[in-house]
Design a protein around this ligand. Sequence first.
Ligand code: NAD
Length: 258
Amino acid sequence: MKKLTGKVAIVTGSDSGIGQATAIAFAQEGADVVIVYHTDSEGAAKTMEEVQQAGQKGLVLQADVSEEQGVQQLFEQALKEFGTIDILVNNAGVSGGSTKVADMDTESFDKTIRTNLYGPFFGCRAFVKHRLQNGGKGKIINISSIHEEVVSPGTADYCASKGALRNFTRTLALEVAEQGINVNNIAPGMILTPMNQKAMDDPKEREEKEQKIPMKRAGKPAEIAHVAVFLASEDAAYVTGSTYAMDGGFMRLLGQGA
Ligand code: NAD
């Protein structure tokens, strides 16, 4: 029995990495998927191919999640095509630079916050309005990061965006719990996606980073996708306001060098 049969999901940033793996896993579990990309139309086409191979419908849409109007149009187009949206995964994000606050320009800070925080805000607002007008229920999964908690110099913009996203998720969970809308977030550690391209290309850097992880390895996008499927399914009906750290144990080292 598939876990998401008859459901429609929007997955932002599903042209690549974690979002792509999630969109494909959703389709394999019987969901139709709105594949949202920013600039990589080829990546989105690849996701579409896999969604169709799984026997599901896909819709590829371009949007900049940091733009209010772009996200609004995305929902309008998705609803026009499918008539409903049952699941929203706010996955699109940028990693920010490696600049200390004293030297950080406003434009860079703005880009990270707008993409990683305003993006999920615009998406959640549109999704919740749609669900409330249609009897409630639904699932939101926000992809934050271990950096919602773990901080390091030079990443204030990214850490601020992900820390805020965690509390945004928890607050929204309380606002819509009674209406049966589950709102959770996944906090990945080091996952092998283009966001970690440098480590993937440089075995020494990868080894150094992996040695700091209790499991001594980075995670794979599909591993995140499995938990996203769980959170999007009725198996997780009683789970809301929770953070799922998926980091090979890294966060448990907080205070011990993480
Ligand atoms: P990725 O670079 O493969 O994917 C990022 C996605 O975000 C891309 O699909 C890109 O198109 C999309 N995106 C970026 N800016 C956008 C915008 N303005 N509008 C619409 N889409 C936009 O990297 P990934 O690792 O798959 O990242 C996915 C999410 O996981 C991000 O939110 C990231 O912060 C989070 N994350 C990743 C890691 C990791 O180690 N890879 C760790 C923790 C958290």
